[in-house]
Design a protein around this ligand. Structure first.
Ligand code: GAL
Length: 708
């Protein structure tokens, strides 16, 4: 008899328990043997996805041989093959996968196995439609696309438990299997099914204990929204409410509940695999880049994290042809976000060429695919896999390029680029000094980026102006920090701030007294803290402080915050700093500096003309800088962020927008997402190893310094 490990009550109890663990605890606990197994290989192992079930069996061996001959060291299979692994309820068929693994092994490839829980088979929908999620319009989803299940559904959880157990028992000691990816791009879709409803009530009951505690947290005295029993609480459904009607506190709890549900779904699978598998195999998942639909810090059983990266799908951030080079912040943010969780990360899917799912699907510029691989390597990735070996001939992703073209054997243009770059990196890897210390001049800039999913959800729930976009706001500060050449980690409130000489907390809206105190100590001991618009408005519950606006940070920033403003696009808003005037519309914290605080930027119009928009002050051995305005182009923010390092006497790089430099194992690696060329001034004696200066768009320059 199998006992469903994923039963809802247990899952909910696990969620509650882990919600109290600090991220630092989690990171320590997660220096696992699995990550060590990964590190026994190349500094960055490179592989490629393959779907045996999509191709005639007599082509499998040819395809695996082709991958190995090109230089890939592993392949990745099975994450969508549930219908073949369990063709009928309870009947498993692993023979075809055994054969595929055998052929991959003969070709010399290691294998990563996916658990196919994102794509259940048709018999499940036929007999158990309740496993599908119900959307916000009450529509139950159905078989025919992937990832449409209710992660709260006990029946679905039982099917997952049975399949993952069978897979782990069958492959857990198979030495040809290197590691596991559980699920695929886990996300938290809105789920209004009865199962989700029940699970949400249990989650609330565990969190609050009494209905009065929940009413107090949710502002139940407002508009008669209080409840007298948890059984009355419905999943907050924004489509049923006109503007502003739902409690923002209920909505943040819903986001937490969904992230916990997904996090524990992943943990439960990882725990099952670890129960049956050899410790020589590792377990990860492939998160969708930095996404607020999941929270990797809520899972504790994965050995390390990986993410998927598709930089070119129509967006144009830096103008001109940069749409074909890719979004400049994505990789850096993902590396900064996932790396600190366990100290190890990988890119599980890297765009191999043109994709099919963007609003517009342009070709990547020649050089772009190569540059992303170098950038991932430079950022410290330990594993990199491209999605996918073959260009599909049918199915919903048939317009998606692969490493080889539609004939199954000829390299695509971008496939050729990928393979050439793989060889370049493999040859540099033999020279890397794994023990080289980060040079002091770079370490001196190390920056912690304080990040909280709760704060992000809270911002998204009450943006207050349609011009507010939490994603691009975050990108602005990422790009500003990275323009200095600083190593950057996304860290959490429980982490040790003192490891970073610089700490930035953009739009950190929810600030507890404890966090304000932790910031104060950090600064007193010599840290340089940068706070920005909206910071400190609310407490950790998402309520306003009973006191002056932004009460807990006022003594820290050395300002009073008189209020805040935002403008319609038709209005004028200007701010002046260092003789330059810039436009703003999105957000303006109106600052009144106290004695000893220096003004960096001033509002030029409206009734608060002359009031401060940005300030800085010394406190103890460190400094606090407050950037209250969000300008239209982010230039002012970039300049002020850069000036914080300079005022602290720390040397920074002078890089144009879109150009970034990273250091790994003794080598400097510069990438150019900008549609213009850039002439770097390299230090004297620098030895160029790869590429050339000036650095053309979508190109890479690798050099070694004469002296570290
Ligand atoms: C990813 C997904 C893959 C595939 C790919 C296509 O987001 O994880 O399964 O769909 O997109 O670009």
């Amino acid at each position: 008899m199998f006992r469903p490990l994923l039963a809802t009550a247990l899952t909910t109890a696990m969620m509650i328990a882990s919600a109290t663990a600090t991220p630092a605890d989690a990171a320590n606990a997660r220096q696992s043997q699995g990550a060590a197994v990964l590190h026994q290989r190349e500094p960055m192992s490179i592989g490629v996805f393959y779907y045996p079930e999509q191709w005639p069996r007599d082509q499998w061996q040819r395809d695996f041989n082709g991958m190995a001959k090109l230089g890939f060291s592993f392949t990745h299979m099975a994450e969508f093959s549930w219908t073949y692994l369990e063709p009928e309820e309870g009947r498993f068929d692993f023979k075809w996968l055994d054969d595929a693994i055998d052929m991959a092994n003969k070709a010399g490839l290691r294998v990563i196995l996916g658990t196919p829980t994102g794509a259940p088979p048709s018999w499940m929908g036929e007999h158990y439609p309740e496993v599908y999620r119900v959307d916000e319009h009450g529509q139950r989803h159905e078989h025919g696309i992937r990832a449409e299940v209710s992660l709260s559904n006990a029946k679905y959880q039982a099917f997952v438990t049975r399949l993952v157990t069978a897979m782990a028992q069958h492959y857990g000691h198979d030495r040809r299997v290197w590691g596991w990816q559980v699920d695929n791009e886990p996300s938290s879709f809105a789920d209004f099914s009865d199962s989700a409803q029940d699970a949400f009530r249990q989650w609330l009951q565990h969190k609050y204990g009494t209905i009065d505690a929940m009413n107090a947290a949710w502002g139940g005295s407002f508009w008669s929204t209080r409840y007298t029993s948890f059984n009355q609480v419905l999943l907050p459904n924004a489509t049923l409410a006109a503007e502003d009607k739902l409690s923002p506190h209920a909505l943040v709890d819903l986001a937490r509940f969904q992230a916990d549900t997904t996090g524990h779904f992943l943990d439960a699978q990882a725990a099952l695999i670890k129960k049956y598998a050899s410790p020589e195999q590792w377990v990860t998942t492939n998160y969708t880049n930095v996404s607020t639909a999941t929270d990797p810090r809520r899972s504790h059983d994965l050995d390390f994290t990986t993410f998927t990266l598709y930089p070119v799908a129509g967006a144009n951030v830096l103008g001109g042809d940069s749409y074909a080079i890719g979004k400049p912040a994505n990789l850096m943010e993902a590396a900064a976000y996932f790396r600190p969780i366990t100290g190890t990360f990988g890119v599980m899917e890297l765009q191999p060429g043109q994709v099919n799912w963007g609003e517009i699907n342009p070709q990547p510029m020649p050089g772009a695919v190569s540059m992303w691989i170098w950038h991932a390597f430079a950022s410290g990735a330990s594993l990199l896999s491209t999605y996918r070996y073959r260009h599909p001939l049918r199915g919903s992703e048939m317009y998606h390029e692969g490493i080889v073209s539609t004939d199954g054997v000829t390299l695509s243009r971008t496939g050729r680029e990928f393979v050439d770059t793989m060889h370049e990196i493999q040859s540099l890897e033999s020279k890397l000094d794994a023990h080289a210390q980060l040079p002091k001049r770079i370490a001196a800039r190390s920056t912690g980026y304080l990040w909280s999913q709760d704060v992000f959800w809270d911002l998204e729930i009450q943006p207050q102006t349609t011009l507010w976009n939490s994603w691009s706001y975050r990108n602005t500060y990422t790009l500003a920090v990275k323009s200095t050449g600083a190593p950057m980690d996304f860290i959490a409130e429980g982490d040790d701030f003192s490891r970073y000489p610089f700490l930035i907390a953009p739009a950190y809206q929810m600030v507890s007294k404890a966090l304000a105190e932790k910031w104060r100590n950090y600064v007193a001991q010599g840290g340089h803290l940068i706070l920005t618009s909206r910071t400190g408005q609310k407490n950790e519950l998402g309520h306003f402080h009973e006191g002056p606006w932004a009460a807990p940070i006022l003594d820290l920033i050395g300002d009073d915050v008189d209020g805040f403003d935002m403008l319609p696009a038709s209005a004028d808003g200007h701010v002046t700093a260092a003789g330059k005037t810039r436009e703003w519309h999105r957000w303006a914290d109106i600052l009144s500096p106290r004695a000893g605080t220096e003004v960096l930027a001033t509002y030029a119009d409206h009734y608060y003309a002359g009031k401060a928009a940005a300030t800085t002050r010394r406190l103890g051995k460190g400094t606090v800088t407050m950037i209250g305005v969000s300008t239209d182009d982010g230039e002012l923010e970039r300049e002020i962020v850069r000036s914080v390092y300079q005022r602290a006497g720390v040397a920074i790089e002078d890089l144009p927008k879109g150009v970034f430099v990273e250091w790994r194992g003794g080598y400097n690696m510069m990438v150019n997402y900008n549609p213009q060329s850039f002439q770097p001034s390299l230090p004297q004696g620098a030895q160029i190893i790869h590429g050339k200066a000036p650095l053309a768009p979508a190109q890479v320059l690798v050099w070694k310094d004469a002296t570290p």
